[in-house]
Design a protein around this ligand. Structure first.
Ligand SMILES: [Zn+2]
Length: 137
């Protein structure tokens, strides 16, 4: 992916120029990429996380609020749960034939470690999805 050129934040529901707010062409790709890079989906500059598990309330660069609704992060938990379950099913189904003891150790550890490793990136993507649906502004 090429480095991003600076563009003004896109907040179409605040625009009075159009009757029907729309995203620019290809904007969702840019926003998803910002989420995967753990950056603010609106400006792409401010960081989402202040520590491994704790997010900032607002973007330090453009000031948008990341979480406005109670229960907003349940969607990211859903994505992480399904992603982990899918990954483990693929691993168990197509992985090496181990003894029951080894399999339990490996896959139970993976069931704990995979969601911890993907937590931030799934949160970033979910923040991007929430922004695209009008919840981050
Ligand atoms: Zn921002």
């Amino acid at each position: 992916m090429e480095p991003e050129e600076p563009v003004p934040p896109v907040l179409p529901w605040r625009s009075t120029a159009r009757k029907t707010p729309r995203w620019p062409e290809g904007y969702w790709r840019r926003v998803f990429w910002r989420g995967l890079r753990l950056r603010c989906p609106v400006c792409g500059v401010g960081k989402l996380f202040r520590s491994y598990f704790v997010m900032w309330d607002h973007c330090k660069a453009c000031g948008v609020s990341f979480a406005r609704e109670h229960g907003q992060w349940v969607g990211s938990l859903d994505i992480n749960t399904f992603f982990t379950a899918f990954l483990l099913m693929i691993g168990v189904g197509f992985g090496p034939l181990w003894s029951l003891r080894t399999s339990l150790i490996v896959w139970c550890s993976a069931a704990v470690l995979v969601p911890l490793a993907t937590f931030r990136f799934v949160r970033g993507v979910w923040t991007a999805i929430v922004h695209l649906t009008g919840g981050v502004y």
